[in-house]
Every structure is written in structure tokens, then in C-alpha cells.
Write a protein that binds this ligand. Structure first.
Ligand code: ATP
Length: 439
């Protein structure tokens, strides 16, 4: 069967709006640039993405979770280097007034406006990406706090708390999911780059000297995660940062890149952050952040291997990857998401609006809701309802027809093959559970 993958991002954007995945923020006021709201299906889908990551990371003996505050002591951001160094070079095009990042707009060694192609541009100015706000009623410099631009610092400043309270011995990791904010100069490509986004970060603390080995280990573990999510391996690759691309804290860095409809782009960063962060916090806070290793009697500031992925960005990659059109099936659109990621696992569809069929379908729907996200739909023709479920990625549809009232069986239709099985109602729960588990 021939399959057409996603060509244009705009096709996905309209599906997301039409089917309740993602809406423009404050749309009735004309929207707010680069801000997006996850609708009912998008919210569930994104939660499933987060759960898959959280499970992968924290269901191990050597990693624990954390949920730190967005607002942190302002000195954190001095120590981390963000106050002085977290900035992008900003340039304005004199011809079309477009504003862009100098480092992303070099053509043949010349800064070139990505919008109109002019090289008549202003000198670059350094623009700090952190959002500033004020804490308390007094709006002065002393009350400045920042919306965190990354979740990692919440982990570093809690290193000691976590190690002590959880009796963790090195090597161990701390995983966290949370919102971050960056006043990006050029947000865009739907949810790919936004100013408010969610990150899923894990910092793994190791003994200096073992960091390179652990770095390789985490590169492999993270690669295998994307396979488990079902992402097309041909659209994934690792890209190493050259010496001039490395962030101020990094000893080594690899990006996992995904081929979006708008090109190869970073999905996740795997970084060897050395002992930079803990040493900085030790210096700025005056608190010792050393680790004492019982066995060797060594005392050291741990090195950190970090894996950092944007939840929204991964969700977007998964949607792009899952989207397909099937020309031989009347151009049916399918989101081929793995069942654990699909926002609805099973939908109940009475064949017609006859009360007996509605009642039975609703009863089965209620029973299913105890175990899975389940939908009920009685509008439009059965064919249209199947297509609607295909478009949101629902793996299984259960149809209740007139025979069901007699033989106590229902028809289960599979999203990918469109095959249909007749299943006894008292077997339905184990049938659905089995299919979802062994997809
Ligand atoms: P970029 O080079 O794309 O600006 P980065 O290298 O600064 O990203 P990191 O600081 O390593 O990104 O952040 C880790 C992850 O967080 C990224 O791989 C990405 O998935 C996500 N991320 C970073 N900035 C944004 C953003 N503005 N919008 C959505 N996700 C983001």
C-alpha cells in the first residue's frame, strides 16, 4: 500500500486545530505570537509523551524525580552564567525591518536577511533571552527574578538535598519535567520554537574520569528511547557540536536531530557539562557541593551528563512522524501513533442512533473509561466516524450493531489494517488490553 508522509507543516497545523490538539493562544484576541494552547486531545497526548519519558527515566534504581519551582533565587542565574552569557546576537534588516539571529543567517560568510536576502543589516546587539519579572509589590532592580530558561538549575541546587534524603550514591541521576521560558528572537515553526515551553531534563552525576564513558552510555540509551517511541529511524541522527559550537559549560555535546518538514533540527541535547554547574554553585552560594565516596575515600565535585529534550518539540516530531495519507484508501488520513501515545485508545460507536444501541455503547464506554482514555461518538455515518478516529490516532474502534443485542458480540476495527474482528462483549476488556499492549 502506498503511503504519503507529511509534506507541509501547515497540513498538520490545521489537523491539530480541527481535531482539538493545538490551538493558537488567545485566538479570539487575534492570538499571541508563538504561544499555543493544547486542546483536549493535545493535552492528553502531551501527557502521554511526558509519561513515556518519566517512566523511561525514573523506573530505574539510579534515577529519581524532582519538581522544582520556576522562580529561583536570582543568584542562581549569575552562577549558571545565564545573566552574563545567555544571549543571542540580534540583527535588524535595514531593507525589510525583519529581526533575526545573526548566527543563523550567514550566507557565504555574510550576514544575510533570511526574509528578503538583503545584506544591508545593522551591527549585532547582544540580547539576553531570560524573561525578567519582579517579586513582591516593589518594582525595582532589587526585586528582579527570572522565569527559568532551563529546568537544569533546579536540579543542581537540589543535588545535596536529593542525595541526602534519598540516600543516593554516585553515579545517580535526577529527572525533571517542567516549563521553561526564553525570549527567543525568532520563534516559529508551530510549536518547534516557542517562548514558553516544557523541558524534560535529566542530570546524571558521576565521578570525574568516568564521565566520557557515561556520556557514551547516555547517547545509546537516548537513541534507543526514540526507537521505542516508534520514530522513523531514517529521520533521526546524531550531530556532534564542533569546538566553536559548544556551550560555555560543555565539555562535549551531541544533538539528536529529527528531520522535520522544515529540515533537520535539534530534538534533544546530550551534554557533558563537566563539574561546571556544581562548582559555580559552590562558589556563589558558599556551600560545599562535594561528594564523599566511601569506598575510595575520594572527595570530589561530580561531573554531570545531561540529557535535555523539549516536550513540545518531541510531541511535534511524533505528530509529524505519525501523519500519513493513504491514497488507495480514499486519501484517508491516519496518525499512526503507538497506542501508549495515542490520546484515545478505544472509541465506541453505535451503528445508528437507535436508543438500544446508544445505551449499550455508552455502557461499554463507561466500562472502558475505568482502564483507558476512551471516546464515544454517535454523530455522522460510521465511515466518517472511523476516519475521524483514524485522524486522531485511535488504535481501536468498537462498533455496536443490531446483532450485538442478540449475540452479545461487537465489531472491533483496527486503525492500521482496518481489519475487523467480532469479539464477545465479556471478552472485550482482555481483547482490547492485549491488542494495545502487543501493538
Ligand atoms: P536551540 O539551539 O534550538 O535554541 P538549545 O540548544 O538552546 O536549542 P537546549 O538549551 O539544549 O536547547 O534545550 C534542550 C531542549 O529544549 C532542546 O533540544 C529543545 O528540544 C528544547 N527547547 C529549547 N528551546 C526551545 C524553544 N524555544 N521552544 C521549544 N523547545 C525548546
Amino acid at each position: 500500500m502506498s503511503i504519503k508522509p507529511l509534506k507541509e507543516l501547515s497540513t498538520l497545523v490545521s489537523l491539530c486545530k480541527r481535531r482539538g490538539f493545538i490551538f493558537q493562544s488567545s485566538e479570539i484576541y487575534g492570538g499571541l505570537n508563538s504561544c499555543w494552547d493544547y486542546g483536549p486531545l493535545g493535552a492528553q497526548f502531551k501527557l502521554n509523551v511526558k509519561m513515556s519519558w518519566w517512566r523511561e527515566m525514573t523506573r530505574r534504581a539510579d534515577i529519581v524525580g524532582l519538581d522544582a519551582a520556576i522562580l529561583m533565587h536570582p543568584t542562581v542565574w549569575k552562577a549558571s552564567g545565564h545573566v552574563d552569557g545567555f544571549s543571542d546576537p540580534l540583527v535588524d534588516c535595514k531593507a525589510c525591518k525583519h529581526r533575526f539571529r545573526e548566527d543563523t543567517a550567514m550566507v557565504d560568510g555574510k550576514v544575510t536577511c533570511p526574509k528578503c536576502g538583503s545584506t544591508d543589516v545593522t551591527e549585532s546587539r547582544s540580547f539576553n533571552l531570560m524573561f525578567k519579572t519582579h517579586m513582591g509589590p516593589v518594582d525595582n532592580e532589587g526585586a528582579v527574578v527570572y522565569l527559568r530558561p532551563e529546568t537544569a538549575q533546579g536540579i543542581f541546587v537540589n543535588f545535596e538535598n536529593v542525595a541526602t534524603s534519598m540516600r543516593k550514591k554516585i553515579p545517580f541521576g535526577i529527572a525533571q519535567i517542567g516549563k521553561s521560558f526564553r525570549n527567543e528572537i525568532t520563534p516559529g515553526n508551530f510549536t518547534f520554537r516557542t517562548r514558553e515551553f516544557e523541558q524534560m531534563e535529566m542530570q546524571y552525576f558521576v565521578k570525574p574520569g568516568t564521565d566520557e564513558e557515561w556520556f557514551e552510555h547516555w547517547k545509546e540509551v537516548r537513541w534507543s528511547y526514540y526507537g521505542k517511541l516508534g520514530l522513523n529511524q531514517e529521520k533521526l541522527r546524531y550531530k556532534e557540536h564542533g569546538p566553536d559550537e559548544l556551550a560555555h559549560y560543555a565539555k562535549a555535546a551531541f544533538d539528536v536531530q529529527y528531520e522535520f518538514p522544515f529540515g533537520w533540527q535539534e530534538l534533544e541535547g546530550v551534554h557533558n557539562r563537566s563539574d561546571f554547574d556544581l562548582s559555580q554553585h559552590q562558589e556563589f552560594s558558599g556551600k560545599k557541593l562535594e561528594y564523599f565516596e566511601e569506598a575510595s575515600k575520594d572527595r570530589f565535585v561530580p561531573y554531570v551528563i545531561e540529557t535535555a529534550v523539549g516536550c513540545d518539540r518531541l510531541a511535534l516530531a511524533l505528530l509529524c512522524d505519525a501523519y500519513r495519507e493513504e491514497p488507495e484508501q480514499d486519501n484517508r488520513v491516519v496518525l499512526g501513533l503507538r497506542p501508549e501515545l495515542a490520546p484515545v485508545k478505544v472509541a465506541f460507536l453505535p451503528l445508528s442512533k437507535k436508543p438500544e444501541l446508544q445505551e449499550l455503547s455508552q455502557k461499554l464506554h463507561q466500562q472502558a473509561l475505568e482502564h483507558w482514555e476512551a471516546d464515544y461518538d454517535e454523530t455522522a455515518s460510521i465511515g466518517k466516524r472511523y476516519r475521524r478516529q483514524d485522524e486522531i490516532g485511535t488504535p481501536l474502534c468498537v462498533t455496536v450493531d443490531f446483532d450485538s443485542l442478540e449475540d452479545q458480540k461487537v465489531t472491533v476495527r483496527h486503525r492500521d489494517s482496518m481489519a475487523q474482528d467480532r469479539v464477545a462483549m465479556d471478552q472485550l476488556h482482555s481483547y482490547v488490553g492485549d491488542k494495545l499492549r502487543n501493538w
